[in-house]
Design a protein around this ligand. Structure first.
Ligand SMILES: Nc1ncnc2c1ncn2[C@@H]1O[C@H](COP(=O)(O)OP(=O)(O)OP(=O)(O)O)[C@@H](O)[C@H]1O
Ligand SMILES: [Mg+2]
Length: 321
């Protein structure tokens, strides 16, 4: 993953003006770094944050799961973009690829097959999370990779004690090291996704603006409701996130309207617009905020981060039931 930031973008990520950045460039401890001041890399980002004391406050680890049983709704594109941007803002983030297809892993430019260990080892053989992590160029962003080797995880979980709670337990061991654990779920319903649902505080459901997706939501809500009852776990927040929105098509406008009518209490204000750069960023193995920081998709991901960060004490969509 080759990441470079231009001056303007770098200053914006740090939340400072161009002039403040120029001043910071002259600090002896920052001058010593390779590169800059025209182009910066992720190491600069951590160093500048530290020097300028612009690190966000540490917070108890928040677990966030991107899930939809329906395939292709944007779980991976959005969870990777979201998690990476949180890290760019200085939060400590753990991204967990729960899909044996390893798409989130590939989105970040890694090859799942080159990494022997996955969440399978953590859940089934109780391998420590530390021994599974993949480092990324951003020091405050770690990945638990996935590959096809974990495709039998549901079967392997079946006979185990506490099989639904294994992920939640495992994550407790790193809860003081991260501000966010972001999970990218596969489009299926099995024990792994059950583990993810039980481990999570927030459920983020990307949906497409069509009526199949709309009807799929009913099933998802029923399943989640039953699960909360049976397993005595309450999600703190459910966010429905409309993805690939193109306002020029009638069907998209109608689907949006239906969501606003029936799911207004869960629907995020952020809508992720259709944006071809998502696919291009994936093929380059780069997060969208790095590949094309000015595109619509990157803009919408930033809005999503802002909205979700603000929600707990603002006009949140906290669940009343
Ligand atoms: N906002 C968007 N605009 C345009 N294309 C998008 C957008 N979001 C996602 N895509 C594209 O849609 C396809 C499916 O996206 P993605 O893989 O993120 O979905 P998914 O829900 O993770 O799929 P799966 O269920 O297979 O895991 C990809 O080709 C991706 O590039
Ligand atoms: Mg996916």
């Amino acid at each position: 993953m080759e990441i470079r930031y231009r001056r303007r973008q770098f200053a914006r990520l740090l939340g400072i003006s161009d002039r403040e950045l120029a001043k910071a460039d002259d600090r002896p401890e920052l001058k010593r770094l390779d590169g800059g001041p025209e182009e910066y890399d992720p190491l600069h980002l951590s160093a500048y944050r530290k020097a300028l004391n612009r690190r966000p406050p540490r917070s108890p680890m928040r677990h966030q799961l991107f899930l939809n049983f329906k395939g292709g709704t944007g779980k991976t594109s959005l969870s990777v973009g979201y998690a990476f941007h949180l890290a760019e803002l200085g939060h400590r983030v753990l991204l967990i690829d729960l899909d044996s297809q390893g798409h989130a892993t590939q989105h970040l430019g890694f090859k799942g097959e080159e990494h022997e260990r996955t969440i399978y080892d953590v859940l089934i053989d109780r391998v420590a999370i530390d021994d599974v992590l993949v480092d990324t160029p951003l020091t405050n962003f770690d990945l638990i990779p996935a590959n096809l080797g974990m495709s039998t995880v549901d079967l392997a979980l079946m006979p185990l004690a506490g099989r639904e709670y294994r992920l939640k337990k495992a994550l407790e061991s790193v809860s003081d090291r991260y501000d966010f654990a972001v999970m990218d779920a596969p489009p299926s319903f099995g024990l792994l996704n059950l583990n993810a649902l039980i481990a999570t505080d927030d459920l983020i459901v990307p949906v497409l603006p069509d009526f199949l997706s709309f009807h799929g939501l009913k099933l998802l809500f029923e399943t989640v409701g039953e699960l909360e009852e049976d397993l005595d776990h309450t999600l703190e927040r459910i966010v429905i996130l409309l993805n690939q929105f193109n306002p020029t098509t009638r069907i998209a406008r109608e689907a949006k309207h239906a969501l606003e009518t029936h799911y207004s209490e869960f629907l995020s204000r952020t809508v992720v617009r259709q944006c071809t750069q998502f696919a291009q960023a994936t093929s380059e193995g780069l997060p969208i905020s790095v590949f094309a920081p000015r595109c619509r998709g990157a803009h919408d991901i930033r809005s999503l981060v802002t909205e979700i960060m603000r929600a707990p004490d603002g006009d949140a969509k906290e669940r009343s039931a």
